[in-house]
Design a protein around this ligand. Sequence first.
Ligand code: ADP
Ligand code: MG
Length: 346
Amino acid sequence: MTIAILPPRLANQIAAGEVVERPASVVKELVENSIDAGANKIVIDIEQGGHKRIRIIDNGKGIYQDQLSLALSRHATSKIKDLDDLESISSLGFRGEALASISSVSRLTLTSKPADQETAWRAMATGREMEVDIQPAAHPDGTTIDVEDLFFNTPARRKFLRTHKTEFSHIDEVIRRIALSKLDIIFTLNHNGKTVRQYRGATTDKQVEKRLASICSQAFVDNAIAIDFEHQGLHLFGWVANPNFSRNQNDLCYSYVNGRMMRDKLINHAIRQAYGERLTHDSYPAFVLFLNLDFDQVDVNVHPAKHEVRFHHARFVHDFIVSAISQSLQQDILTEHDSEQAGQTT
Ligand code: ADP
Ligand code: MG
């Protein structure tokens, strides 16, 4: 065989293998784009577990007509320009791959209108070369990405799709995770024309508590200890549940690094260590924790799906988390003890 450059659609389909595992991964990428675009209202319309349709509508800053074609191209991003930017990323996206990848394995249309552009335009990449066709359209300020028939042209992937119900539950979980981290953004999740979740914007303590309860349960809120620690550029805040509220599965383990949802071994290990003997070996703690640190202290370019990070000072971060959570749990026991004693003397 002679060596030849792959046609764009095929190259994008190969790249899609890494980020577009199932409908929920499409939802994650698209909602993160809406957040990066500054939207404070995001509607997610799902049909048939995402097999048939995934449509994300936002009121963010939009994409200008002359940039639509670039937005659908691989390695095209407005979020970084050089290696320095890559080393201190504040946006959720930066790889410039999601739209190109998703559009190579589905029928994707992108419709957008920046507030200062008179009309909206719709773009779609077609054929082997993924040439972009652009038409005028009607759309309010913001962007809609409509993804139909996911994996229609990649049968190997389509085979791995589970039932509509299962795929939808993964989407629901992605939205829960994101909704926990962006409390001020309003999210509406619809499935087959019915509104399944409605997360209202939360700014006051009371609203935050309500949103936390609607995502993690009232029982979690009732058992939650609020934490807020800062030390040498590290900031850890959020809620950890009282050890009595431990779970037999890891369904309430939510951690974020600089606003990005994570499944990080180091963080999970540190949290477990802080709970120590208070947890039996077969139970899991419940927590919603946000770790913020200087963007240049953490590498997010570890995995295409961006589930993992690498800390430059891993040991230091680990020990900080252990100590912050241990102190909070300890404090909680002391206050309970005090109130019990107070109860006995009256
Ligand atoms: P990345 O997010 O890594 O930059 P994407 O392929 O996800 O790559 O998106 C490509 C570009 O398209 C983004 O950099 C952004 O400029 C633009 N874009 C994508 N989605 C939206 C959106 N919902 N609103 C505004 N701009 C968007
Ligand atoms: Mg993106």
